[in-house]
Write a new protein. Sequence first.
Length: 734
Amino acid sequence: MRFANQARDDEREGDCIACFAGGRGNEPDRSVAKRCPEASPAPGRPAPGGQWRGLAEIMQVALDGGDPSLLVDRAAELLANVSAADGVAIFELSGDRRTLRLVSGAGEVARDADARAFPAAVCRPLYESLSGEGAVFFDGPMLATALAAELSGRHGLAFPIGPRLQRAGVIALLRREGFDGRDETLTDFVGSLAYVVASAWERRRTDAILALRNQALEALDQGVMITSARRTGEPLIYVNPAFEELTGYSSAEALGRNPRFLQGPETDRSTVQELGEACRDGRSIQTTILNYRRDGSEFQSDLSISPIRDGEGRITHHVGVISDATERLDLEAQFRQAQKMEAIGHLTGGIAHDFNNILAVILGNAEILLEEDLDVAHRPLLDLVIKGAERGALLTQRLLAFGRRQALRPEPVAISQSITSLADMLNRTLGEQIDVAIADRAGSRQAMVDRAIFESALINLAVNARDAMPEGGTLSIATQSFAAGDPALPAELSAGDYIEVRVADTGTGMSPEVLAKAFEPFFTTKAVGRGSGLGLAMVYGFVKQSGGHVAIESALGAGTVVSLFLPVAAEAAKEAAAPARRRSLPTGSESILLVEDEEDVRNFVARLLGKLGYRVTEAEDAASALRVLEAPAKIDLLFSDLILPGGTNGLRLVEQARAMRPGIRVLLTTGYTEEFEKLAKGTPEWILRKPYRQSELATMLRTVLGDGDAASAPGEVASRSSGDNPAVREGAMP
């Protein structure tokens, strides 16, 4: 090649040529700018040393990261001087590769033509050069005219910018006399310059990508840290702002240190060892680890570490992503706790159902015996039986309260007034060593709760506080109302207004281990016989069932604070007149089909119904009941347990019974309060909850059988609601 032969005549100039033979794809030498000499000009052509020195200067601008636009302008001017062209134009290919955009011009190509776009129809020779190798010579009147009118009729030379598969643009030269296609010196020089321009544009593109990536790292809300695996101790070489915010360490304080400085005395050593092994083995790892902030505070962090490798597969760096896991772990713990409480609730609900059946037998038979002519000495014994049954009923209420399966009678309750009304009783119950302080900031606002159970919950909390202050102290009860959306409200609550009842004591407090189990049923730190472990469990269940939230804070030696958040009532309470009470039980003579699978309960209820004057036919399951209904005997009322063996429940039995006897009356009973609540909302049947008293059963029977005076019978009977379905009667707890 002639250009190469000429280079051998001047060794130093040849060095430059070897470096910039862009048409050959050679990499440029960073020292080229220092090795370009002045040379004697060849006849009829610019001084060779000048053209290569100019190229070296442009190359140095590229190596120094100079402005690509300035570099391209200098390249166009250099080409115009070196090639004796009338005009030089440098085009950049658009992203869609359908348009060439003029980015610089020299000579007779007007500078004000910059940034003009030229489609293929005008620049076909240029587009053809993009798919070829090296220079393309052409006659270009159309292109010349488009660039500048005075260039009309000029001949052209086009040289692609960039590798064939990554073309970035075209350099075009226009000259009146045309170009010598054998002049390899010119084409190689243009090729070298095209290489420099391509490198500058590639660097610009790479810099833009790097800037975007850096902006992305800086904008992340997760901490990012990068360590150098090739330096001793693998120090940090980069941390983003989120890392600084999360840890409290500035980048100046963190860089140069190994990330282990975030660990502390409580950091799990096995997790640290696992992280080290993964890094040494070149594995990615995700884990959760306890770290420490600059101020010494602990935080659980989710940590992900991955290796970065060079082209030969060697690990050069590690990148870690770190985020605060405290909130996630808290939510997971709350979810697990809720699942555990729900499971225990199902268990306790089933126990309460069976216990209610037992209590129904004990309580009912004891009441019947009280009406008999017993020896005076035996009556106190029956009183003890009834009292024991009542205590058992209270226990089932607490079990059901924890499991959120008790039947509530929510009504608008003025919380502050309710607390004030309990003040005297609390003072007497807690004793002189305990000072009771009540602070009302809720005013007359009302919460939608069951008044009796709310007051019972409050007394439970007060008694717990007393037991935590054996040497005396202060019990503070404060109320405060919150509007919907108030940031002070717990996130667990649904949207709405709430009243907070805050019960605080100055007692011994609880350790974290005890605090974690505070709401669990049967868990107690009291001595045997001093507590059942159901007090806080009942409070928890009641508040949750009421649509609220309960929170507890405590520390050893710092007392305990229990906060109840109760939903504000939408409407004021409506006063209802207390029902009148009769002196004797209502009786009847109708025929009743009694369906109950528990034999003891069935025998007791049959005896009670007979005592009230009814004719009773017994059945132990749905199949037996249907056989009775198929017979011609008269049946006025079906009295059935809701839960029956054999796969048929009470509701299904009612459907089958009505198909056989359309006019039959129905009364259902259940010890499952959850089923009771569901039926209360969706069935037209009368329902009586176990365990019930004689008076309640007697009154309900007359109501269902159509006795108009039954509403004033002993016990509070069910009444018709404003809808199509009757309100459901809940048998009062003894």
